[in-house]
Design a protein around this ligand. Sequence first.
Ligand code: MEV
Length: 336
Amino acid sequence: MTVSSAPGKVYLFGEHAVVYGEPAVPCAVERRATVSVSARDDDHVRVRAEDLSLNGFTVEYSGSTGNHPDVDVPTPLVEAAMGYIDAAVAQARDAADAPDAGFDITVKSDIPLGAGLGSSAAVVVAGIDAATRELGVELSPREIADRAYRAEHEVQDGQASRADTFCSAMGGAVRVEGDDCRTIDAPPLPFVIGFDGGAGDTGALVSGVRALREEYDFAADTVSTIGDIVRRGEDLLADADPEEPSEALLSELGRFMNFNHGLLEALGVSSRSLDSMVWAAREAGAYGAKLTGAGGGGCIVALDPTPETQTALRFTPGCEDAFRAELATEGVRVEE
Ligand code: MEV
């Protein structure tokens, strides 16, 4: 059996705009998906999932991926999770040139599903790593990122950027602009996450922004303005002390996070609960706050080194959980 894990992420800046070639800066956080894979003697794939913010489920199928004749799919979220696992299996089979390889797969995750923390990317990245190793093939984190991107791209109907998968595979803070993906230096930022208990439909949200951008110049301008904010944020990080964030840095980053959230709201991807949590964080003294990921529901990320934001979020209507998230310096890794 091979066990691999990969971290989730928050977007410091740039979700949605990254789909149109603007830069984005996601940061990996210490919430991980862990995927255990055992090769089988036949071509069956059996998947057990636990802790996916939904009732655990077991799915078994045989032959080619994408076809689950015996599955009683309990929720759309499980269906979505299965799509990502299928796509990871297909990538692992392709990488190992083993089209009929079968696997027993167990997925555990402490990343809320579909909530903007990169749960699907983390499952795909860890799944490809564990399944290829199980077949005797060791891919570099960059190769895993590339294959995971292809898997996500397929599941999301060609609308995924490389940001989530690259960040999860490499860890730390990264910068993604089209196909240009790099790791960058960032100090340990005091992330606080608020979760409304819900999830957004990434495909539908990305399609919504695409339609808006095609119809209205203001939306196209909003997308490129997000790109400007990302570039300003990157400059701040490039000039920062990588060991310790200064007050001035946090304050400037927070300001740009606030701008970024306002622009995402203009693009229609925020929600009442996300806005309530963003405002609760700001009122509690956070340097800045914004939604993270596709939006529509799920998580916000705030910058606050004090316990105030976390406490305030816990008492905010619409917030189900609030927690601190450390920057995950390690990306995909094998667990002992
Ligand atoms: C989703 O986590 C982030 C989006 O920018 C989509 C993507 O980059 O693939 C909304």
